[in-house]
Structures are given as structure tokens and as C-alpha cells.
Write a protein that binds this ligand. Structure first.
Ligand SMILES: Nc1ncnc2c1ncn2[C@@H]1O[C@H](COP(=O)(O)OP(=O)(O)OP(=O)(O)O)[C@@H](O)[C@H]1O
Ligand SMILES: [Mg+2]
Length: 604
């Protein structure tokens, strides 16, 4: 899969595609009555305000010359009434639309999150978490506004425009034509600016996404960066990304301002022309009245306003279509590790495992395992050792089906002895029978109790305590101020690493898996605690198949079989004693480690 990093722009170029908008229709359709009501209210509000120039005209041309004070009073009342109505309608509309746009955000985000939860590891391997966040947060926000208010505003501006033209022509057709004549020039300018404007905004959004990706990564890794005193270097990187963001933004604004600038210029030009023509006609035979010229002057800006707005809405549509595309692309991201259409429930397994001719690569052309065969008996304990990067964790990832194989198959036997290909059974029935403990177990925010029963929500308090007791976690939990109810901060930052690991052990024990997998699970625990934990682990291993990865070889010495993983497969296999006699790779690794730990012992 292609990889993306915080300093690499995502592809955001895409032509205006109606299909994304159509698909987005699903989110809008649920609110169609509210949107229609909002539209009607807004249309009423803007038609009402169109009477303001008319009122001006009536006052100047009729009431003032006639000296009709009562009519001026009536007109003033009408003026106030029109403005009050328009404010009222606009307020109701804003409230309704705020509600609709929040619902749209909620709905899209829910769908997006539901899908993200199902995406395989390989998806998360291939892009920074920050960029995924930007999609879920920023893009969805931005898109919801265009889907709710954007669509309404577009229709409104068109209605506005039609009404203004009608009002203008009903006031004075010749002058109206003078005003409309400016339109082709403006459209020409827009056509020239548009492509650049679009590119500029897409570029801006890319830079923003990069910035967010780096920010998310830095916050995630803040402990390491403080440790390595990287603050200044990181500030430099962030500043560079921020500068890119800022200049992209400035450039986009600069181009966008051209739209406003040209519409404003157009308005002023047309206005000047209108006044000159009006005064000229007035002088030469009073074809138009003073009131009409003033009213038409007001219509000029009202005519150009919706056109400018339409140009901007169009622009924001085009940008947001690109966001919609990114959102839908995420929703369409294939769940390649998924239940097969005819997937069966995996019956309770015995713990017997077969790897048959298994080949796998994370990235094309870089095989990690090739043609690997392995048979594990039920109840057997297997240790995987070998140099770093050899593929030990990969064996485990494949057994849990976090990735799909490139070749071969992995079989699990049920209690009747029937073999099941793990790619043909449901993920839930597979993973619920496997217990996995990693080096750095993820602890979620919530209480200690919630964390222990994470994989088995129906566990009783007594079962939870029993599991904790068996892995020797009970003691430290009791010492905590609130015992099992103690609130754990995000990632368990208020626990020691060993404590976190003990919680994870209890969690795994509680879920009572048929196969237990420990990947460097004890490496973060001090030797003292490990000794304590060994008893717990022994209990965990009882009547269970176990696969243990450990760098500290003393912890796996007693396993039934030790597999030395190297060179894309199993290089050596046997019990500790057998492998020591063989004096091969394992022997070298073991003696080197013993020597390191106690040189005297190795020398003797
Ligand atoms: N998500 C990934 N994407 C791409 N390559 C990966 C990924 N995870 C691991 N690799 C590569 O696959 C190889 C095997 O990795 P693996 O994690 O299985 O090693 P390991 O034997 O568990 O090492 P260690 O003892 O350090 O944990 C390594 O070369 C590693 O760089
Ligand atoms: Mg590993």
C-alpha cells in the first residue's frame, strides 16, 4: 500500500464530480422538510428587503413632491416592518439550519468512524493518524456546511437574482439593461480566476492536513521527544509546516479576493455609468425620475451581491467536493481483512495450529516469511526467538489474522479435530478465542475494572478480582485509593509500565483464550515482578496452547519447543536442551545472553 507521511501532500485534485454530491444526498434527504422551510423563510426575507429601494422611490417621487406627511409616516412604518420581518425569518432559518448541519456532521462522522473501526492494520500502517483525524474532524465540518447552508444559499441567491431582475425591469427596463450588461465581463473574469482559485484552496487544505499530521504525531510522541531533547528541532519542523500553511492560505485568499475585487469594481463602474446615463436622460427630457435613479442605484449592488456570492459558493462547492471525495474514499476503503461472505463461526478450538506453506510480505517485494510450515499441538508451549526484525511478531499478526496471507494457509483445529482455515471463519469467533499480550499493552481511559473486563463485558466483580489475584495484580490494585474503581488516565499514564502489564494479564486471563500469545509481554517488568508473574503465567499457560516471544531467554527456557526465526522462516527448532546440544544459532544467542548477565557463570 502506498504510504503517506506528514510532509507529503495528499492527492486532492479532482474535477467537479456530481456523483459525490449525489451520494451526499443521502445525508441531506433526511432533513429535506426543514431545508425547504428554511428556504421559503429566507426567500420571504430577501423579497421583503427588495421593497426597500421601492419605498425609497415612492417617498422621493410621490410623498415628498406632494408634501404628504401621512404617506411618509406610512412608508416609514412599512420600512421598519419589512426589516423586522426579514430579521425574524433569518433568525428562524439560522436556528433550523444550525440543527440540520449538526445532524449532518453527526451522521457522516458516525458512518466514517464505524468504517474506520473495521479497517485493517495495513490501512493504519499506510498513513499518519493526524491525516485520518483531519478527515473525520475538519473535512466533515466543512462539508456539512456546504451540504446544508451551501445548497440553500445557492438556491436563494438564484431566487434573489431572479427577483432583483424582475424588480429592476419593473422599475426601469432601459436602466436595468445597462446594469445587466456588465455581467459578461464579470463572468469572463471568473472563468479566468477559477482554476487557480481552486488549486490554491486545495493546496491550502493539503498543507493544513500535513500540519495536523505532524502535530498529532508530536503530541503522541512527546515523551520521546523530550527525552531526546528534540523540542527545538520539532519546533523548527512545525514552524516550516505552519509557514507552508500560512503562505498557502494567503495565496488562496489573495486569489479569492480577486473575485470580490472585480465584482466591486464592476458594481462601481456600472453605478457610475447608471448615474451618468440617468442624469443625461433626466436632463434631456426627464425620461426617468430622481427616485427611479436612486432606487436603481440600490439595485445595482443588490444585483451584484448574489452574483459574487454564487461565484464564492461555487468555489466552496468545488473544494468541498474534494473533501467529500476523501470522506467517501475512506468509507469505501476496502475492509480487506473481513469475514468472507460464507464465513462460519469457528467452533471452540482445541489449540492445535497448522501453518501450511505460509508466505507473507507487508510491502510488495519485501517478503518477511516464505513457505513456512509449522505444526503446534494442543496445549503445547512454543517460543519464538531470533534477531530483531526476523518476523516473530509477524507470525503472531498472521495467526490473529491482522493481515491476510500472500500464500499458504493457517488452520485451527476445533475440539472435534476438524481443521478450519482462519480466513474462512468470522473474525469475531477467531479473535475471541485468542488471547494476545503485547509489550506495551494498551490501557484505555476508564476504571481499572473496566480495563480488566474489556474483552468480556459480562464478567462479574468476583471473576474480575479472581483474574487479578491469579496474575498478582490484586495486591497493587487494592493499594490504589479507589481500588478497582480507580480511574485510569488515557493510555494508563498514571500506572507504572509493570502495573499496566499486570492489568493486561488479568484482562487476558479473564477472556480465557484457547491460545495464549505473549509478544515480549514481560520485557517491561522488572525481574522481581517477573518472578512473581511467572507463577501467574504458569497458571495462564495451563491446559492452553501458548506462543511466546521473548528476548530474555530465561523466560522461555521451559517451553516445550523453541523456534529460531530467521531468514524468512524457521531456522532451528527443538527444546532448549536439544538446541543447546546442537550448538547452532540458539546456542550462540543463549550463551551470549548468559555471558552478558553473569560473566562468571558463563566462564565456569
Ligand atoms: N506494519 C509493517 N509494515 C511494513 N513492514 C513491517 C511492518 N511490521 C513489521 N515490518 C517489517 O517486517 C519485518 C518483521 O517484523 P516483525 O515485527 O515480525 O519482527 P520481530 O521478529 O517481531 O522483531 P522484534 O524482535 O524486534 O520485535 C521487519 O523487517 C519489519 O521491518
Ligand atoms: Mg516483535
Amino acid at each position: 500500500m502506498a504510504r503517506n507521511k506528514f510532509d507529503v501532500d495528499e492527492r486532492l485534485e479532482s474535477p467537479f464530480q456530481l456523483k459525490h454530491l449525489k451520494r451526499a444526498g443521502k445525508y441531506i434527504a433526511r432533513h429535506k422538510w426543514k431545508m425547504i422551510a428554511a428556504l421559503v423563510l429566507s426567500a420571504l426575507a430577501s423579497v421583503a428587503t427588495l421593497y426597500i429601494p421601492k419605498i425609497t422611490q415612492w417617498v422621493l417621487d410621490e410623498a415628498v413632491p406632494a408634501g404628504d406627511a401621512a404617506m411618509i409616516g406610512r412608508m416609514a412604518l412599512l420600512f421598519v416592518g419589512v426589516i423586522a420581518l426579514s430579521i425574524l425569518f433569518t433568525t428562524i432559518r439560522s436556528r433550523m439550519m444550525a440543527h440540520v448541519s449538526q445532524r449532518i456532521i453527526y451522521d457522516i462522522r458516525e458512518d466514517l468512524f464505524a468504517h474506520l473501526q473495521r479497517l485493517p492494520f495495513s490501512y493504519y500502517d499506510s498513513r499518519p493518524a493526524g491525516k485520518i483525524l483531519v478527515r473525520v474532524i475538519n473535512y466533515v465540518n466543512s462539508v456539512s456546511d456546504i451540504l446544508s447552508n451551501g445548497i440553500i444559499n445557492m438556491i436563494l441567491e438564484i431566487i434573489n437574482l431572479v427577483f432583483i431582475v424582475v424588480f429592476m425591469y419593473s422599475t426601469n427596463a432601459t436602466l436595468a439593461t445597462v446594469i445587466v450588461a456588465g455581467l459578461p465581463f464579470f463572468i469572463g473574469v471568473i472563468i479566468l480566476i477559477k482554476p487557480r482559485q481552486r488549486k490554491a484552496w486545495q493546496n491550502q487544505s493539503n498543507k493544513n492536513s500535513n500540519y495536523n499530521a505532524y502535530l498529532a504525531e508530536s503530541i503522541d510522541g512527546v515523551r520521546v521527544s523530550q527525552l531526546f531533547d528534540r523540542q527545538e528541532v520539532n519546533m523548527g519542523i512545525l514552524e516550516k509546516l505552519a509557514t507552508a500553511c500560512r503562505s498557502a492560505w494567503l495565496r488562496a485568499v489573495k486569489i479569492s479576493n480577486l473575485v470580490w475585487l472585480s465584482s466591486e469594481t464592476m458594481t462601481q463602474l456600472v453605478l457610475t455609468f447608471l448615474y451618468i446615463a440617468g442624469v443625461y436622460w433626466m436632463g434631456g427630457g426627464a425620461m426617468v425620475s430622481f427616485g427611479v435613479i436612486l432606487a436603481m442605484g440600490q439595485y445595482v449592488s443588490r444585483f451584484w451581491q448574489p452574483i459574487t456570492n454564487l461565484a464564492n459558493i461555487y468555489n466552496s462547492f468545488v473544494n468541498n467536493i474534494a473533501y467529500l471525495e476523501r470522506i467517501f474514499e475512506t468509507m469505501d476503503e476496502p475492509v480487506i481483512v473481513d469475514d468472507a461472505p460464507d464465513a462460519e463461526e469457528l467452533p471452540p478450538i482445541s489449540g492445535e495450529v497448522d501453518f501450511q506453506d505460509v508466505s507473507f510480505a507487508y510491502e510488495e517485494g519485501v517478503p518477511v516469511l516464505e513457505h513456512m510450515d509449522l505444526h503446534v499441538n494442543a496445549g503445547e508451549s512454543i517460543a519464538l526467538v531470533g534477531p530483531t526484525g526476523a518476523g516473530k511478531s509477524t507470525v503472531i499478526n498472521l495467526l490473529c489474522r491482522f493481515y491476510n496471507l500472500n500464500g499458504g494457509r493457517i488452520l485451527l483445529h476445533d475440539r472435534e479435530g476438524k481443521a478450519h482455515d482462519i480466513s474462512r471463519v468470522t473474525l469475531h469467533s477467531l479473535r475471541s478465542q485468542l488471547g494476545i499480550m503485547l509489550q506495551d499493552s494498551f490501557i484505555f481511559s476508564g476504571s481499572l475494572k473496566d480495563n480488566i473486563r474489556y474483552g468480556r463485558l459480562d464478567a462479574t466483580d468476583e471473576e474480575i478480582r479472581e483474574a487479578a489475584r491469579r496474575v498478582r495484580a490484586d495486591e497493587f490494585i487494592r493499594r490504589m485509593p479507589m481500588g478497582y474503581q480507580t480511574e485510569i488516565k488515557e493510555r494508563g499514564s498514571n500506572l507504572s509500565q509493570g502495573e499496566r502489564q499486570l492489568i493486561a494479564f488479568a484482562r487476558t486471563l479473564l477472556s480465557d483464550p484457547a491460545i495464549l500469545i505473549l509478544d515480549e509481554a514481560t520485557s517491561s517488568i522488572d525481574t522481581q515482578t517477573e518472578k512473581l508473574l511467572q507463577e501467574g503465567i504458569q497458571e495462564l499457560l495451563k491446559n492452553r496452547t501458548s506462543i511466546i516471544v521473548a528476548h530474555r531467554l530465561s523466560t522461555i527456557k521451559n517451553c516445550d519447543r523453541i523456534l529460531y526465526i530467521s531468514n524468512r522462516g524457521i531456522a532451528e527448532m527443538g527444546s532448549h536442551d536439544e538446541l543447546m546440544q546442537k550448538r547452532g544459532l540458539y546456542y550462540q544467542l543463549y550463551t551470549a545472553q548468559v555471558q552478558e548477565e553473569s560473566p562468571e557463570k558463563a566462564a565456569s
